[in-house]
Design a protein around this ligand. Sequence first.
Ligand SMILES: N=c1c2ncn([C@@H]3O[C@H](COP(=O)(O)OP(=O)(O)OP(=O)(O)O)[C@@H](O)[C@H]3O)c2ncn1[C@@H]1O[C@H](COP(=O)(O)O)[C@@H](O)[C@H]1O
Length: 108
Amino acid sequence: MMGLTLEDLDDRLAQRAAASPEESYTARLISRGVETCAQKLGEEAVEAVIAAVGRNEGELVKEAADVLYHLLVLLRAADVPLEAVMEELGQRTAQSGLAEKASRGVTG
Ligand SMILES: N=c1c2ncn([C@@H]3O[C@H](COP(=O)(O)OP(=O)(O)OP(=O)(O)O)[C@@H](O)[C@H]3O)c2ncn1[C@@H]1O[C@H](COP(=O)(O)O)[C@@H](O)[C@H]1O
C-alpha cells in the first residue's frame, strides 16, 4: 500500500484485534498477553539487528517492518495508545539536540 502510516496500520490492527484468534494473527498474539507480544518484539528486533550488522538491506527492510508491526501489537496489548508515543516524540522534536545542549550551558 502506498503512503501507509503507522496510524493507518494501528487502525487496521484495532479492527483485527476484535476478530477471533483463529482468524487473526494480531488477535491471537494479543490474546496471549503482554509477555508473548514482548517476546515477539524482542525476537524481531534481534533479527533486524542481525540484518543491519550483516549489511543485508533487503532483509533489514523486512525485519524493520516486523519490528514496527510487533511494536504496535505490544502497545495494544499493554493498553498504551500509539498517540501517547507520537506525543512523546513530538515533544522531543520541539527542540533540537543542540539547543537542548546549549540550554544546559554545554558548548561544542
Ligand atoms: N504487518 C503485519 C505483519 N508483519 C508480520 N506479521 C506476522 O508476524 C509473524 C512474524 O513472526 P515469525 O517470523 O516469528 O512467524 P511465526 O514463527 O510463524 O510466528 P509465531 O507462530 O511464532 O507467532 C509472521 O507470522 C507474520 O505473518 C504480520 N501480521 C500482520 N500484519 C498486519 O496486520 C494485519 C492484520 O493481520 P491479521 O491480524 O492476521 O488479520 C495484516 O493485514 C497486516 O497489515
